[in-house]
Design a protein around this ligand. Structure first.
Ligand code: PAF
Length: 285
């Protein structure tokens, strides 16, 4: 595995790969890798000739300085994990090379970025869309991989790839969960054991939503009332939003027709978690 820090060196490697007709799988990350990231890397390894992973804690997508400073950084162990998972190139740029002094261009995916995370974390998706656009330009991947847990982010990146005519396939792979059901996230490292147990209410709420739909309850208001009651019952968890949305537009739906997406965001102590899951109505034969 090659560890590359500069844009020029990355460009040289990418043009060599492309000259040799290699397909490139790309997994952008902010480090503190867990099984969710590794499953994306392994899948990229299976689908493409060479895998590029980036680790860049992108300052423009954090709306709180404290959150940016507290974000876990563990390059040494991350690079071991990347190598084991079959990464060919690990790209670790610094903030100055991604955002030089005179940087002034931003990418905004307006409609999809407006609600949910966009509402509670103003500027977040503009930061994500801008850095992903830059990384797509630098890595020129054949396929880029994202996790379903960040459902709104994944949808926004699909849209930006389409809108900006990137010749890149964006693959969104299922959320990887701990044995307990808790969605894997770099933020879980900041939870105590007790908080981890409390946070399970999120996956339980998703399961409850799925169960209600299977029992033919398709009214979003009724399902969300039950979801919110459940979350409230777990003392240490404070819901920020819960929503049932159309998976393509991310707009709220009043009734579940065939498939909908449940989005949850909540605070567990000082840690903000998000989770989501599809719910499906019973198939009519
Ligand atoms: O999901 C993440 O880790 C980040 O938002 C991403 C896509 C690497 C952009 O910084």
């Amino acid at each position: 595995m090659k560890l590359i820090r500069s844009i020029q060196a990355l460009r040289r490697e990418i043009s060599r790969l492309r000259k040799n007709g290699k397909t490139i799988g790309f997994v952008p990350t902010m480090g503190a890798l867990h099984e969710g990231h590794l499953s994306l890397i392994r899948r990229a390894r299976r689908d493409t000739d060479q895998v590029v992973v980036s680790i860049f804690v992108n300052p423009t997508q954090f709306n709180q300085k404290k959150d940016l400073l507290g974000y876990p950084r563990r390059l040494r162990s991350d690079s071991v994990l990347c190598q084991k998972a079959g990464t060919a190139i690990l790209f670790v740029p610094d903030a100055r090379s991604i955002y030089p002094e005179n940087f002034q261009t931003h990418v905004a995916v307006e409609q999809l970025g407006r609600r949910w995370e966009g509402q509670f974390r103003p500027g977040h998706f503009q930061g994500v869309a801008t850095v992903v656009t830059k990384l797509f330009n630098l890595v020129e991947p054949t396929i880029a991989y994202f996790g379903q847990k960040d459902a709104q982010q994944a949808r926004i990146i699909q849209q930006l790839a389409e809108d900006l005519n990137f010749d890149i396939r964006v693959k969104v792979l299922p959320t990887i969960r701990e044995k307990s059901g808790l969605a894997m996230s770099s933020r879980n490292k900041r939870l105590s054991e007790k908080q981890k147990t409390g946070a399970l209410v999120l996956v339980n709420a998703l399961r409850e939503a799925g169960r209600l739909v299977q029992l033919n309850e398709v009214r979003s208001s009724v399902i969300l009332a039950r979801v919110n009651r459940l979350i409230r019952s777990a003392g240490q968890v404070r819901s920020e939003y819960s929503a049932i949305v159309d998976p393509a537009t991310l707009e709220p739906v009043s009734r579940v027709r065939t498939t909908a997406l449940v989005l949850l965001a909540a605070w567990v102590g000082s840690v903000r978690l998000i989770d989501c899951g599809f719910i499906h109505t019973k198939r009519k034969n």
